[in-house]
Design a protein around this ligand. Structure first.
Ligand SMILES: C[S@@+](CC[C@H](N)C(=O)[O-])C[C@H]1O[C@@H](n2cnc3c(N)ncnc32)[C@H](O)[C@@H]1O
Length: 272
């Protein structure tokens, strides 16, 4: 690790207050979801964290409000903030975010759909999270178009150099060779119980999700921050992609897991 990287075990509010304004180019926040329960441990001997807030939903929003305001202060003019929420909280937190960052800076409501087992019940199975995305300043924010998947257009042909095209009466229409631009609906598999990526930390997010966010909204050398870093997924993805990073979590077990993951990522890169 170098001076541009740090992971701190602390309550993120006083920690963020010590950092200089406009020092982060991308902030991903994956706070607890106010599920009124202890999360984990998912594996014997691994950490858990408390997802309970006094005062229910209002208490939860009051917890988040000053922290989101700090994240706004910390964003550079090319920065953006991703806040990962679920169906219980997203509508309440959206209103707070609109107040703090300005409704005009709202970029996306990303629906992260994951296919995991579901049982028939009295409502549709809840199989997505919502990630709200805001620019610090619309227009100066970083955005790199990401492409994925197959075109739905039928009868696509490929030119000699591999560019897809469709023949129409007016001539050929060429398509981007890397596939269609990604939309705001993401199909990224959740970590399976046997995934090699799994650390055992509850609510650990897949690297594929964080890579996508980091590639879209930052460039090499930019500063990526996660102040609810848990097992460190954002920090590991940032390091792998040549970004600087800072992380924080109040759980010493989370910080220990994240530090181990960062060290192994660095080691495996040095050996490659
Ligand atoms: C949903 S988990 C993050 C999971 C993470 N994205 C990952 O991939 O492992 C939320 C984290 O927020 C941490 N947390 C909750 N309140 C906090 C606070 N006030 N300051 C710092 N961390 C906090 C918890 O310890 C927990 O690790």
């Amino acid at each position: 690790m170098n001076a541009a990287t740090s992971i701190v075990c602390a309550d993120n509010l006083p920690h963020m207050q010590t950092l200089p304004p406009a020092s982060c180019d991308l902030i991903y926040a994956d706070p607890p979801f106010n599920q009124n329960k202890q999360m984990g441990p998912t594996q014997k001997g691994v950490a858990s964290f408390n997802d309970r807030f006094q005062g229910g939903l209002e208490g939860y929003v009051s917890f988040l409000r000053p922290r989101l305001a700090q994240m706004h202060r910390l964003l550079s003019d090319r920065g953006s903030l991703f806040v990962h929420l679920n169906w219980r909280t997203v509508h309440y937190v959206k209103i707070e975010l609109d107040r703090i960052l300005g409704v005009d800076n709202f970029l996306n409501e990303i629906i992260w759909g994951y296919r995991s087992g579901s049982r028939p019940g009295r409502w549709f199975s809840r199989k997505h999270d919502t990630i709200l995305v805001y620019a610090k300043k619309l227009g100066t924010h970083t955005f790199n178009v990401q492409r994925d998947g197959e075109y739905r257009t039928r009868d696509l042909k490929r030119s000699a150099d591999g560019v897809p095209y469709k023949l129409t009466r007016k001539g050929p229409i060429f398509f981007h060779p890397d596939g269609p631009a990604m939309t705001d609906v993401w199909d990224v598999p959740i970590l399976s119980t046997v995934s090699r990526e799994r650390t055992g930390y509850p609510t650990q997010k897949p690297m594929a999700l964080l890579r996508r966010i980091i590639l879209a909204c930052s460039n090499e050398g930019d500063m990526v921050a996660d102040f609810f870093c848990g097992s460190g997924t954002t920090l590991v993805a940032a390091q792998e992609l040549g970004r600087k990073w800072i992380g924080c979590d109040e759980s010493p077990e989370a910080v220990a897991i994240a530090s181990d993951r960062l060290a192994s990522e660095q080691e495996s890169r040095q050996m490659a």
